[in-house]
Design a protein around this ligand. Sequence first.
Ligand code: ADP
Ligand code: MG
Length: 310
Amino acid sequence: YDFTADDLQDHGEIGRGAFGAVNKMVHKITNRVMAVKRLRSTVDEREQKQLLMDLEVVMKSNDCPYIVRFYGALFKEGECWICMELMDTSLDKFYKFVFEKMKSRIPETILAKITLATVKALNYLKKKLNIIHRDVKPSNILLDKRGDIKLCDFGISGKLVDSIARTRDAGCRPYMAPERIDPGRARGYDVRSDVWSLGITLMEVATGEFPYPRWGSVFEQLQLVVQGEPPRLQPHHQLQPAIVHFVNTCLIKDETVRPNYDQLLEDPFIKGIDQSRGEVAAYVCEVLAAMESNGVSPFTMDQPAQAWID
Ligand code: ADP
Ligand code: MG
């Protein structure tokens, strides 16, 4: 349906990314609660039209249970507002709380369900809408108390912000596959680059740490991805062979050998696992309750560390 910024009541910021803030808002007429992503946007009117047409495609993703519902977009005073379903937390805040504050780890059965949901979402985007995500990382995997696991932030954000901002963001935390950093190696973008990012993401949430060292300049970081051995789960992480194998196949450096989604869906780590939401719901509720009693907001556990990138 159609609505304008005036129809929305602001309930404050819930998160902040490289390009802008995400606010909780309520659509006053229907009482629908939304997450509204506000991007600084310098596009002109003609580009706006094109973007809104692209968004029509994204709207079609509303029938996949593993993708955040999308309500619409509008332009307001140099900003583009992307309105979507509000979830309870994102996987980056979630895993940090589990490791740092609860001194615990996410159970592997839950990790398998998160992985399966993410692979199904990525596969749906590719097969049904011909979209490659391009920004798979923990903060773009959202969770809620009902046990839903949903992917967000694909498709359009990239076109809204200028390329300088995008390169800065890329350096912030290299989830990017080697062939994307060093384009001489590959012909353009492929779903397999998202498979690499999924491997990095899964390693991070399984171990509680980003798998590349955080020292060094952006250039050195990216060089390590291109020239170094791919990161590997180690025995001291004490994870089961199934997840170790899954991560290893996602992080095959040669993208021509790296699996696609159909192959990943056959992997024993996620093949045939039960997708009912009960177990995830119980676990997410437990962690969110612990966050609440710690006085931590499920959205704003900490702000992204940006200081070191320059
Ligand atoms: P990034 O994904 O790089 O962290 P974003 O601007 O996309 O930056 O999002 C900022 C934060 O807002 C995310 O880390 C997440 O915690 C939160 N967020 C984004 N979209 C939603 C949503 N639909 N529901 C709940 N929280 C969200
Ligand atoms: Mg995001």
